[in-house]
Design a protein around this ligand. Structure first.
Ligand code: AHR
Length: 489
């Protein structure tokens, strides 16, 4: 069978919100501390405590949005503990993640400084499980109000005159689990109550986010939409790709069989089923599609690297993870009209990370490179793309693809999921037949990875050998590879 991808550049569809390329940073393991924040006095080069190397890499990948402070941590986090002079901040034990001491030296102002340096939108997930309505309402007021209230005076005293105007607010995290073990009916009421007191200040209209389902918990979606749709802008979905399907023995991040490789990709492709299922339920209560689905935790969850703290969720990242990212981002693009934002878990040193650090060293993972290769889709318009391909396993097509257009330039991203076979893919972009084309490729064995000793084993290079034929472009995709094609009119 001739593998082919046909793109229609003549009829752009919905805008792909840049925010579906968002990230997640939790007070977990070495994500915030060491990974992003080292403090002003660190010998590691930093600006106001934020690692310069990491921030520069994130800027290069155009990270659009960052969720914080959790995760499970969010529902034990009390924001006032993290403001004011750092030496006087309260200390707590992070009972979710390894029982380590959290000194709160990274708090609200530091998070917003990090977002400023990266150039991304902040998304704050507030505490509902062990917090109060007043606590959340005052956090919103502290950050967004200009009124001369005691709460705002505190912000002034902490060195910030202008409001921060934070738009994205999550009301609890995994409220069905670590965020309070609530039932859907009960949480729907709690949500309605909390969001009531989160006020819009000035022109800053809040984007209110309700805790949504875990994976295929259709009933949770049904209940939340039935009882609270009109009070929310977005409903979250959490879905992790656990390669073995067993939480107790998820499998190694780096040592796995070809069979496990394909199982992992099939689980990644399951995102399509999840989106379709939850969106169909949402349709019944919101026929105008005002409420967006927000996949604000997704990614591969492997066993931790041997010898590391099990509570820190530190895992390596291979070409297999890159393929999961490519499949998932292509699916997100295809559903761009219904997705408001998405966040891979997590940004640095935790789960399917963009970046790994060790002391002053930094490694960009294969997943980072995929995000970097897909960045031109951000805020572009989706194009219809049809993939004609056989399968590699079950009903998983060998080729995954998506396309978009911005300012007359078309971006096509494709993944050859076959672990060992290259593919010559015929690519036609209707309306761009005469355009100049360039290609970038990320390729390697399914378990290829970057280490601190060999940080550039997996990295994107120019794709050579694209051939223009009468039938279209023939694009030579190596086995287990991701390709970005740019068509410039
Ligand atoms: O990302 C790790 C954890 O996974 C988050 O804290 C939680 O929300 C989810 O269960």
């Amino acid at each position: 069978m001739q593998l082919s991808v046909h793109v229609d550049a003549l009829h752009p569809m919905s805008k792909i919100s840049k925010n579906i390329y968002g990230q997640f940073s939790e007070h977990l393991g070495r994500c915030i501390y060491q990974g992003l924040f080292v403090g002003k006095d660190s010998p590691i080069p930093n600006v106001n405590g934020m690692r310069t190397d990491v921030v520069n890499a994130l800027k290069e990948a155009k990270v659009p949005l960052l969720r914080w402070p959790g995760g499970c941590f969010a529902d034990e986090y009390h924001w006032r503990d993290g403001i004011g002079p750092q030496a006087q901040r309260k200390r707590m034990v992070n009972t979710n993640w390894g029982y380590v001491v959290e000194d709160n030296s990274f708090g609200t102002h530091e998070f917003l400084e990090l977002c400023r340096q990266i150039g991304c939108e902040p998304y704050i997930n507030a505490n509902v499980g062990s917090g109060t309505v007043r606590e959340m309402a005052e956090w919103v007021e502290y950050l967004n109000s200009e009124g001369d209230s005691s709460v705002v005076q505190e912000r002034w005293a902490n060195g910030r005159k202008e409001p921060f105007n934070v738009k994205y607010w999550g009301v609890g995290n995994e409220s069905w689990g670590c965020g309070g073990n609530m039932e859907a009916d009960f949480y729907a009421d709690v949500y309605r109550r909390f969001q009531t007191y989160c006020r819009d200040y000035g022109d800053n209209k809040l984007y209110r986010i309700a805790c949504g389902p875990n994976t295929d918990d259709w009933e949770w979606t049904e209940t939340l939409m039935k009882k609270a749709a009109k009070y929310m802008d977005g409903l979250t979905l959490h879905y992790y790709d656990v390669p073995s399907g067993k939480w107790k023995d998820k499998g190694s991040a780096t040592e796995f069989t070809e069979e496990r490789y394909y199982e992992t990709l099939v689980r990644a492709a399951y995102m399509e089923t999840l989106l379709r299922g939850h969106l169909a339920i949402m349709d019944r209560y919101d026929e105008d599609h005002r409420v967006k689905l927000l996949v604000d935790e997704w990614g591969c969850w492997h066993d931790v690297e041997p010898g590391t703290n099990p509570g820190f969720l530190y895992q390596q990242n291979t070409m297999r993870d890159a393929m999961v990212a490519a499949i998932t981002l292509n699916i997100f693009n295809a559903h761009a009209d219904r997705l408001g934002l998405c966040c891979i878990a997590q940004m640095v040193n935790v789960l399917q990370a963009m970046i790994l650090t060790e002391g002053d060293q930094m490694v960009l993972t294969p997943t980072y490179h995929v995000f970097n290769m897909y960045k031109d889709h951000q805020d572009a318009e989706l194009l219809e793309s049809c993939v004609f391909s056989g399968t590699v396993t079950e009903d998983l097509k060998q080729i995954s693809a998506s396309a978009s257009i911005r300012d007359g330039s078309v971006t096509v991203t494709m993944a050859n999921l076959h672990a060992t076979e290259k593919a010559d893919v015929l690519v036609n972009v209707e309306g761009m037949e005469k355009a100049a084309v360039t290609g970038t490729v990320l390729a390697g064995a399914m378990d290829a990875l970057n280490t601190f000793q060999h940080p550039d084993t997996v990295k994107p290079v120019t794709l050579e050998g694209i051939v223009r034929t009468e039938r279209g472009l023939v694009v030579p995709m190596p086995a287990c590879s991701v390709v970005t094609l740019k068509f410039n009119a």
